[in-house]
Write a protein that binds this ligand. Structure first.
Ligand code: GLO
Ligand code: MG
Length: 343
């Protein structure tokens, strides 16, 4: 399979048991090793980690034990010819993160969040990656009066500065999302994430990760979110997927809802030579109805969709597009793109 220099990744959570808020798991849990064994055959190169995907129960372990377990995982990756893309501190499941992590109203809970993130940075180093992704899951409110958005911005800034200081080699990519699990999140869009990054003490080490469904949930176009971040050299990761309207975060297979929107995401990534800066992460979930033994097809479909759309992006008649732009004949341009996509 020719991947044109692109590298692809997903996280262990993308092979999942199908539970939703209204029903229990419908598929058995796959052992981590079993998950690792399917990456290569599906065409993937790298693994995305939550800190505890790599080191389960890390809160109960000493730094030495954490290091030892992380090194064992690195060996398992190497055995499969894989690498780690990033590590993300899981700051949304522990009782101490109920009211948020870095923006909790309780100072002890805020310091738990910082300590946990430092451990995630240690794990990233052991796994051989310098990238941390911050999905700020619970940094927001259900009740607006419960917190102060200005104070929250400073708390987030302080947390990121602390991590940058803690590990001088670490790069941080902020993954914005407007809602879910919170009613309203403090870092809902690329603009917010970039603004925060530029205010830190070392802006060169803070970038963003764009997830298609999150942009769509914010009422924005993922294509422009990609372009905006790339205009400043800040797009260090993507979570390509799809989303059918404004509802719960669906993590549908890439391109399965809106082909043209997916085509344009691939087109702008490629026009900006994304393969030189980051991996193509696919944050997709198999629908609940999928039988266990067929529960990786969403990953296969998403990767193949990217490659097919890449061919379409590269075979687009650019001269014809430019002529139509000069003539301001955007209806003809519309038809040219649709005809190109329909083949
Ligand atoms: C959820 C997020 C989540 C993150 C992952 C890495 O909506 O997309 O899947 O990407 O936890 O931080
Ligand atoms: Mg994501």
């Amino acid at each position: 399979m020719d991947k044109y220099g692109y590298r692809f990744s997903f996280g262990p959570w993308n092979i999942h048991e199908g539970a939703d808020p209204f029903g229990p798991p419908v598929r058995p849990t796959w052992d981590f090793e079993v998950k690792l064994s399917v990456y290569k055959e599906l065409g993937f190169d790298a693994v995305q980690f939550h800190d505890d995907d790599a080191v389960p129960d890390l809160n109960d372990l000493s730094p030495a034990q954490i290091g030892q377990q992380a090194r064992a995982v690195r060996q398992k990756l190497a055995d499969q010819g894989l690498v780690a893309e990033f590590v993300a501190p899981r700051l949304w499941e522990h009782p101490k993160t109920i009211d948020g992590a870095y923006t909790s109203n309780n100072p002890q809970e805020r310091s738990y969040a910082i300590d946990r993130s430092k451990k995630a940075a240690d794990i990233a180093r052991e796994l051989g990656t310098d990238l941390m992704v911050l999905w700020l899951a619970r940094e927001g409110t259900y009740m607006r009066e419960a917190k102060d958005a200005g104070r929250a911005a400073h708390q987030l800034l302080e947390a990121i500065n602390t991590l940058l200081e803690y590990d001088p080699d670490l790069r941080i990519a902020i993954e914005p999302k407007p809602n879910e699990p919170m009613d309203l999140a403090y870092i809902p869009t690329m603009g917010h994430a970039l603004a925060l990054g530029f205010q830190t003490q070392d802006p060169g080490r803070v970038g963003v990760l764009m997830e298609s469904a999150h942009s769509i949930l914010a009422g924005l176009d993922p294509v422009d979110e990609i372009s905006f971040a790339m205009a400043f050299g800040k797009l260090w990761g993507v979570h390509l997927n799809d989303q059918n309207g404004l509802k719960f975060d669906q993590d549908r297979s890439f391109g399965s809802v809106d082909l043209r929107r997916a085509f344009n995401q691939v087109r702008v990534l490629d026009e900006n030579r994304y393969w030189e800066v980051g991996m193509v992460g696919l944050d997709v979930k198999a629908v609940r109805t999928q039988p266990n033994e067929l529960a990786t097809k969403h990953l296969r479909n998403s990767l193949h969709m990217f490659l097919k759309l890449l061919q379409l992006a590269r075979s687009l008649d650019r001269e014809a597009v430019d002529e139509l732009i000069v003539a301001r004949d955007y209806e003809e341009l519309d038809w040219l793109i649709l005809s190109h996509l329909m083949g």
